[in-house]
Design a protein around this ligand. Structure first.
Ligand code: 3HC
Length: 289
């Protein structure tokens, strides 16, 4: 792959863009407004500066990688892309609209992928021009640091698309897990019930936020406790994934924790809004309960 298009310049889209550019490919980055893609590029510039100061990247490599990123105002330039990666919000109707619109410029030899965290690939593929060239490509946050990418073929995805997508993922220095198109794939199917259960534990008053996280950090050797991880991922994204698990399986074991729904209704979405289970407005995060 020489040119990759990324649709969505949020946390995941920015991380994907940074990584792909670092690995020598050109990236076309879009969002609903080009200003958002430009802002993401400015933040990637800061991330490169940090890597240079830690001597993980030379100044020349950082300059070259940044120059490979082009914010674009619409999908037309994506005709150049060998791979289009959708990393927009986890709302299925929005994704369907993106696949239909970007599909108009998708070349006949190019692949369209979704970074969805849980929406079925087979169902989304029907909005793309060719479901044989549609696939799930699930990155983990922070993308430049995490070593895994899940590759998820839909029912109609061709073997050639799987092989080329896998080669692309491995070319980014990541390990690949191939997952069937089942709700939550592999990692989120396991992670989100844990996060949801942690919120039940909190809601039932079993332990404080700090102790729930401390318990999992020290008792399980996880780098972050489940509630700090939920804040990191975004509580709205966590709830969206739990709802997909619940609605697609109908299994009551996936019912969302009422407290998680309340936090989302309050707009307390985690780090990105300055408050979730922790308050991020001061120098260090402070538990809110
Ligand atoms: N670009 C490049 N490098 C970065 C970076 C970025 N944007 N952000 C962090 N890093 C690097 C730092 O340079 C540092 O490297 P070094 O140790 O070699 O110097 C390293 O990452 C660690 O960073 P920090 O020292 O700043 O912070 P921590 O040691 O506290 O680690 C963390 C931060 C990597 C986020 C760690 O806490 C962690 O692994 N947490 C768990 C993350 C996780 O589980 N992610 C998956 C979430 S689920 C998901 O994404 C799926 C979705 O569908 C929901």
């Amino acid at each position: 792959m020489r040119t990759v298009a990324v649709i969505g310049a949020g946390q995941m889209g920015s991380g994907i863009t940074q990584t792909v550019a670092q690995f020598g490919m050109k990236v076309l980055l879009s969002d609903v407004d080009i200003a958002l893609a430009e802002k993401a590029k400015a933040n990637i510039d800061k991330a490169f500066a940090r890597l240079v100061s830690r001597e993980k990247l030379t100044p020349d490599e950082a300059t070259a990688a940044l120059a490979r990123i082009t914010p674009v105002a619409d999908y037309a330039p994506m005709v150049e892309a060998d791979l289009i990666i959708e990393a927009a919000t986890e709302k299925e109707e929005i994704k369907h609209r993106i696949f239909a619109a970007a599909g108009k410029v998708l070349r006949e030899d190019a692949i369209m992928a979704s970074n969805t965290s849980s929406i079925p690939i087979t169902r989304m593929a029907v909005s793309s021009p060719d479901p044989a060239r549609f696939i799930g490509l699930h990155f983990f946050n922070p993308v430049p640091v995490m070593g895994l990418i899940e590759v998820i073929p839909g029912l109609a995805t061709s073997k050639d698309t799987v092989a080329r997508t896998r080669a692309f993922a491995e070319g980014l220095g990541k390990q690949v897990v191939l997952a069937e198109d089942e709700p939550g794939f592999v990692v989120n199917r396991i992670l989100l019930p844990m996060i949801n259960e942690a919120v039940f534990v909190l809601g039932q008053g079993t332990a404080s936020i700090a102790d729930i996280d401390k318990g999992c950090r020290l008792g399980l050797n996880h780098p972050m406790g489940p509630l700090e991880l939920a804040d990191f991922v975004g509580l709205d994204t966590c709830l969206d994934i739990v709802r997909v698990l619940y609605n697609t399986t109908g299994d009551s074991k996936y019912r969302p924790a009422p407290l998680l729904m309340k936090y989302v209704e309050a707009g307390w979405l985690g780090r990105k809004t300055g408050r979730g289970f922790y308050d991020y407005t001061g120098d260090a995060p402070v538990p809110t309960r």
